[in-house]
Design a protein around this ligand. Structure first.
Ligand code: ADP
Ligand code: ZN
Ligand code: ZN
Length: 738
């Protein structure tokens, strides 16, 4: 037996492995992830290294392979666990070990002397509150936010303030100069000074919330480790329940990972955790530099940080005593990686928890069908919260508006009569409106009125998207060109933009309501580093009456002054090629409805659609998850889609069409070989929904079976066979479990 070992466990060096022979005496102890001691370099001094692979195949001259000297004293570390996770991800989802290691290991940065920076207030709580009010009067929003946060806690970690509150160093300077706050830097390693008080609670949990928290704690104390799902309507107080669970697990000396989709990871959310747990909370997000992230992960490793909040990748926080993983908004698509290994955070969390004797808690108002069906089958423990937590907050009134009727009545505008009236009312009452377009990247394209051709990207199989009326952009490869004056196919001058993107809606809204102040949030307006947070803050601060946007605006934000949410065309997300489009539509509409009337003001939601009878729309309007679940499951059962059936997509891409074709034929044949005894259903090979991207052709083979393990076996079979194929190295193959 041989072990492949990495000596320098840093992100960039993971592909540098060295092979060692495992002496028979150690064979049972050496596993993937074990830390071992090996002779290394010319002097053969003993170095520590991690095993990342085991094989019977020697990779070079047998006589020159050195032997593993022994197992390191501390053979299982946080890193060795991450390496085991990487191995599992590689096997489970199909990728190389390198890709998997790069996913789980942090990018190592030169470690400066450790700096704990924080912002500290130099005033009393009362003075700070006054200063916040003054900042508010002068419309210094970021300053106001910081000062308000400082009324609740004397110190804030610098990175939390800057990355979540949209503060810049420049905006801090005047406050420092005036002696309101101090920036402190300490170079010594020290325990958290900012202590959260585990017992501090701003209110008592209501009965439903306490029952869940108590049940969880009682089972945890009995040593039961399991996965639970909290199915709770928006605003039912799930976050408060998580915090109660976290505090219980912390008392046991354990650590906690909290996953929140990046888009919902706002300053308000982070502050809630911070208020309760103080300096033992840290966050990572994609806007941080690699160095900042590395620092936070190191603090977690040292035990200084005990709760890590972040998106998908926060799962790989090197905690030595992991006790609980929480996944909020469990149904979010962002929990699945779009690059190899295409892992799902839910499954990976459950695996990681299993290794660590930890529990997993999932939460959502609209659980994924996967999670809910497992909960119903008893695989997960199911908890429900069916009412809003705040006494005076009610669910919004939802109405569905049939756009066909509008058309019959001669109204061709994007605003139905009722929506138009409702917006006008809000403007009069100085309340806020959100207009929501439930499809990402749905934007206008340019086509020819003479020949009907749409202008396409020369490298990809998609139409170009019109930006600001003159630039055409490919959303797949980034190709850009000035919008032409004549049709490239027939030369006709009669070409024009079509479709209604968010820009177009903004234009039309401004025309319809000239007095309204309008903000727009989409891919274009948020591409800047903090664009996303800036727009949300401006809207929360009342700087606009109407916020127009894509799905970004409906995720997890609390705007107390919003009393109207208009969904302009609910059908847009209903007819995409994805089998989950009904589920997505239901989730988006339910979330959009959850945005209205979060506070004392009553909320109204208007859903415009051409399909008022569709169950996704009807169930969202009546906020009836159960009914949606039952109807959608019928569809999944009938067509054999997950969770009824497991599905593996094999994506192959190549510059040469013929080579690609040959590869697909081979893979199809290998599938039949196994299929003979296992009855795997094969669909395709078919062209990918966008066949050509960046001059590379793409085809897909869909494989279905009830048992996921059989699909994993099939994936391994294809992987192995393709290594011997003539096209190996020319055709890139990726595996994607739906
Ligand atoms: P969810 O995570 O389910 O959307 P949250 O935990 O954000 O719900 O709670 C929604 C709102 O209700 C928040 O403003 C929260 O502070 C408040 N809240 C939660 N639990 C209670 C409670 N027991 N009593 C009063 N207010 C509560
Ligand atoms: Zn033409
Ligand atoms: Zn392109």
């Amino acid at each position: 037996m041989y072990a492949n070992i990495i000596i320098d466990i840093s992100h960039e060096k993971v592909d540098k492995t060295f092979q060692y022979r495992i002496p028979p005496a150690l064979e049972t102890q050496v596993q993937v992830g074990t830390q071992v001691e090996v002779p290394f370099g010319t002097g053969n001094r003993l170095h520590k290294g991690y095993v990342v692979g085991l094989t019977e195949q020697e990779e070079f001259d047998r006589d020159r392979i050195k032997e593993v000297a022994g197992i390191a004293a501390k053979s299982v570390t946080a890193e060795s666990q991450l390496i085991q996770v990487a191995w599992w991800m590689k096997e489970r989802y199909g990728s190389t070990m390198n890709q998997a290691l790069k996913t789980v290991l942090p990018v190592k940065q030169k470690v400066k002397p450790k700096q704990v920076r924080c912002i500290r207030r130099l005033m009393t709580e009362e003075e700070t509150r006054k200063a916040a009010c003054e900042a508010a009067k002068k419309h210094y929003r970021a300053r106001e936010r910081l000062l308000m946060a400082l009324t609740e806690s004397e110190e804030l970690p610098y990175h939390v303030a800057v990355s979540q509150m949209n503060l810049s160093a420049a905006s801090l300077k005047p406050m420092v100069e005036k002696g309101l706050i101090a920036l402190e830097t300490e170079t010594v390693v020290r325990g958290p000074r900012i202590q959260g008080d585990l017992s501090v609670r701003r209110f008592f949990l209501n009965e439903a919330q306490s029952r869940i928290a108590a049940d969880f704690s009682e089972r945890y104390d009995r040593g039961i480790r399991e996965t639970s799902l909290i199915c709770g309507v928006t605003g039912s107080g799930k976050t408060e329940v998580y915090m109660e669970m976290i505090s219980h697990v912390l008392e046991k000396g354990k650590q906690v990972i909290v996953l929140i989709p990046e888009i919902a990871l706002t300053y308000q959310t982070v502050m809630r955790f911070y208020r309760r747990f103080g300096g033992m909370v840290s966050i990572i997000n994609s806007r941080m530099s690699a160095g900042e992230r590395y620092d936070q992960l190191e603090r977690a490793k040292s035990g200084e940080v005990r709760i890590m909040i972040g998106p998908r990748s926060a799962l790989f926080t090197p905690f030595a005593q992991l006790g609980l993983i929480i996944i909020d908004e469990e149904h979010e698509t962002a929990y699945k990686s779009e690059t190899s290994p295409r892992y799902h955070a839910r499954e990976t969390a459950i695996y990681l928890a299993g290794m660590n004797q930890a529990s997993v808690v999932l939460g959502s108002a609209t659980p994924s069908l996967e999670a809910y069906s497992r909960a119903l089958a008893g695989q997960y423990r199911l908890y429900r919260l069916s009412e809003r937590a705040k006494q005076d907050s009610r669910m919004a009134q939802v109405h569905v508006i049939d756009l066909r009727e509008e058309l019959k009545a001669g109204n061709k505008s994007i605003f139905s009569r009722r929506l138009k009236e409702a917006v006008r009312e809000r403007l009069e009452k100085k309340e806020q409106t959100m207009l929501f377009m439930n499809r990402r990247g749905y934007a206008s394209f340019v086509s020819c009125r003479s020949c009907g051709e749409a202008i396409k990207c020369p490298h990809c199989d998609v139409t170009l998207t019109l930006h600001f009326g003159q630039k055409l952009v490919c959303h797949y490869c980034g190709y850009e060109v000035r919008s032409p004056d004549r049709c490239p196919s027939c030369g006709s001058p009669y070409i024009a933009g079509f479709g209604t993107g968010t820009q177009k809606i903004e234009e039309m809204t401004k025309k319809m309501f000239p007095q309204a102040r309008v903000l727009r949030m989409d891919m274009d307006t948020t591409s800047k580093k903090d664009g996303h947070q800036e727009i949300l803050s401006a809207f929360a601060d009342g700087e606009a009456d109407i916020l127009i946007g894509t799905q970004m605006i409906v995720k997890g934000h609390d705007f107390p002054m919003v009393t109207l949410v208009g969904v302009l065309a609910a059908d847009l997300s209903l007819y995409t090629s994805d089998f989950r489009c009904g589920e997505r539509t239901f989730q988006l509409l339910t979330q959009a409805a959850g945005r209205a009337g979060r506070d004392k003001l009553a909320g109204e939601v208007l859903i415009q659609t051409y399909n008022p009878e569709h169950y996704s729309i009807k169930c969202a309007a009546s906020q009836d998850y159960e009914s949606f679940y039952r109807q959608e499951m019928v569809f999944r059962d009938m067509l054999g889609y997950p969770p009824s059936c497991q599905m593996l997509a094999v994506l192959a891409s190549c510059r040469q069409e013929e080579t690609l074709e040959k590869a697909m034929e081979d893979m199809n044949r290998w599938t039949q070989e196994i299929s003979g005894c296992e009855e795997i259903r094969v669909i395709g090979p078919a062209q990918a929904s966008v066949y050509k991207v960046n001059d590379i052709y793409r085809k897909i083979l869909y494989l279905k079976h009830e048992n996921c393990d059989i699909l994993i076996r099939l994936k391994n079979h294809i992987e192995e066979k393709s290594r011997q194929a003539a096209w190996y190295g020319y055709v890139a193959v990726q595996y994607d479990f739906a």
